[in-house]
Design a protein around this ligand. Structure first.
Ligand code: PAF
Length: 293
């Protein structure tokens, strides 16, 4: 967090206006950092804003609950919308411009172009949420055109999303550099998420088995176990024992392609998606292994 006094961020709704401000700032020699969000900000988002504020002269935080990345039975209508408190939380960093576009400006009548996301979007979330990454890729590309920042900051918590965006900006020659920042966890280990507020106390206790499973899996890898299938089975057993019945995936994967591994190699990403009560949670952890021989 920036130590300077509290200053209410400037709120901009118009895509044309934010783009003009960003371009003018860059022309005057300033660097611009960009944190795209769907609002309901928590410490995870604030760590991204803090990193942008530390590395760039101006920080833009977008707040837009993007309808196209939600499936028909997902939580779009009940997704928390807390613009006033989000703006207040951002008043500790400045200069910050909050860009909160209207849905009609993001998706005007007649718009029919959709970004086909890269191959890394296919497994995992791509199976559980088949239209999700087309929605994410389309909105992120639009946001990067509206806010042509020097660096855009994303959280590692959405590991596959970060892979998709990194590959998309390479494939489509977007000039903005993508920075991926570490997961922020509550003291009990739960990865911060805007959806955690849906959890009842009992569900939250059950949800802790997700980060616990990641820790146990990491310990097994660090102790020399390379049997990825057995480690994944251990994670599922840990979550089942805590009362989680719906596990979309709990796997060890190649950190670039996200292909499931049978045997752990030098660097692996461990990824989990599970439903706790009515809330779908994701978490992950990257483990770099030193050679066993
Ligand atoms: O990670 C999110 O909050 C969203 O997927 C994003 C990147 C803001 C696109 O709507």
């Amino acid at each position: 967090m920036n130590n300077s006094p509290i200053q209410t961020p400037e709120l901009i709704h118009s895509p044309k206006e934010i783009r003009a401000k960003v371009v003018a700032a860059q022309k005057s020699g300033l660097t611009v950092g960009f944190v795209p969000t769907m609002g309901a900000l928590h410490e995870g988002h604030l760590s991204l804003a803090g990193r942008a504020a530390a590395e760039c002269d101006v920080t833009v935080v977008s707040i837009f609950v993007n309808p196209t990345q939600f499936g028909p039975s997902e939580d779009f209508s009940k997704y928390p919308r807390t613009l006033d408190s989000d703006i207040e939380l951002l008043s500790h960093y400045h200069p910050v411009w909050v860009f909160a576009p209207e849905a009609a400006d993001m998706y005007p009548p007649g718009m029919s172009t959709v970004v086909s996301p890269p191959r890394v979007s296919s497994p995992l979330e791509g199976v559980s949420r088949p239209t999700h990454f087309a929605g994410v890729a389309t909105v992120v590309l639009k946001l990067l055109n509206m806010v042509p920042a020097d660096i855009a900051y994303f959280g590692q918590k959405d590991y596959q999303q970060a892979c998709v965006i990194r590959q998309m900006v390479i494939d489509l020659d977007v000039a903005t550099r993508i920075a991926v920042c570490p997961i922020v966890r509550d003291d009990d280990g739960l990865a911060m998420s805007s959806r955690n507020r849906y959890l009842t106390p009992a569900e939250r206790t059950a949800a802790l088995s997700i980060s616990r499973s990641l820790r146990v899996a990491t310990e097994r890898l660090e102790a020399g176990d390379r049997d990825a299938e057995s480690i994944a089975a251990g994670m599922r057993a840990e979550m089942h024992a805590a009362g989680i019945r719906e596990i979309d995936y709990a796997i060890l994967a190649n950190p670039q392609t996200l292909e499931t591994l049978q045997t752990a190699t030098d660097t692996v990403v461990i990824l989990i998606a599970a439903r706790v009560g009515g809330t779908r949670l994701i978490d992950n952890c990257v483990v770099s292994l030193s050679p066993t021989e």
